[in-house]
Write a protein that binds this ligand. Structure first.
Ligand SMILES: [Zn+2]
Length: 238
């Protein structure tokens, strides 16, 4: 019995010592200031990084993308396979019927290759992000649903080109900010128009036809003054 008491006593004493020797938690390390240049491992989200990629135009979401094929040439035996339809309205653009002079343009006049649609929407989205007050950009004819001839029989002067989904007519922005076709060159905002031309050239357009009266500039073999282009620019991509 005495032994038991002794053992119990010894155990309790050992426990008390053990408890007393429990290491006190180390003080929290003082945070060291992180330099802004510190590389962040790939895939690590940071608070500064928005969840959505800002360079993707919001209008992409409304489009039924498919891989288009452009056949023949712009102005001869052109065809468009699996063309992509531009919606009638978007956050950055409106469409304009060049025959009835109204919003929107008719559906069968709004087909292009996926690459053309992607290029145009990217350019005008960046254009509008950098010009806070800029009106939406007006878009007129692209190609017909399956491409092919797009001449006078489809209204107005018709198009010699616009046959294979690579051409698009874009209204110059107006000085008064109205979302409509300019009816004379003096209504065109030439600063914004030149900026649009520059952006299409930078995006790889192979031709940009512009109005002879507007004196818009660019690389000689790409930006070409052409009659009937004082209210819109005509962009052609590869
Ligand atoms: Zn055109």
């Amino acid at each position: 019995m005495r032994y038991l008491v002794l053992i119990l006593g010894a155990l309790l004493a050992a426990g008390a010592v053990a408890f007393a020797q429990e290491p006190t938690p180390a003080p929290a390390p003082t945070p060291t200031p992180v330099a802004t240049e510190t590389p962040v491992p790939a895939g690590t989200p940071t608070f500064e990084e928005p969840v959505t990629e800002p360079s993707v135009p919001p209008d992409f979401a409304a489009i039924q993308w498919r891989q288009s094929q452009s056949k023949g040439s712009w102005a001869r035996k052109g065809r468009l396979v699996r063309g992509v339809m531009l919606p009638e309205l978007g956050e950055d653009f409106f469409t304009w019927d060049p025959i009835f002079n109204r919003i929107p343009n008719r559906e069968w006049r709004r087909y292009g290759t996926d690459r053309l649609i992607r290029t145009v929407l990217t350019v005008i989205h960046q254009f509008r992000m950098e010009h806070d007050s800029a009106q939406r950009v007006g878009i007129m004819d692209l190609s017909r649903t399956h491409g092919g001839k797009f001449g006078r029989e489809y209204g107005g002067l018709g198009h010699a080109s616009h046959q294979n989904g690579l051409d698009i007519d874009i209204l110059y922005p107006r000085k008064d900010g109205t979302e409509a076709r300019p009816t004379k060159p003096s209504q065109v905002d030439r600063v914004l128009a030149q900026d649009l031309v520059d952006r299409f050239v930078a995006a790889g357009a192979i031709k940009v036809f512009v109005g002879p009266k507007l004196k818009l500039k660019g690389p000689k073999n790409v930006v070409v003054p052409l009659i009937y282009h004082d209210d819109h620019l005509h962009v052609r991509v590869r």
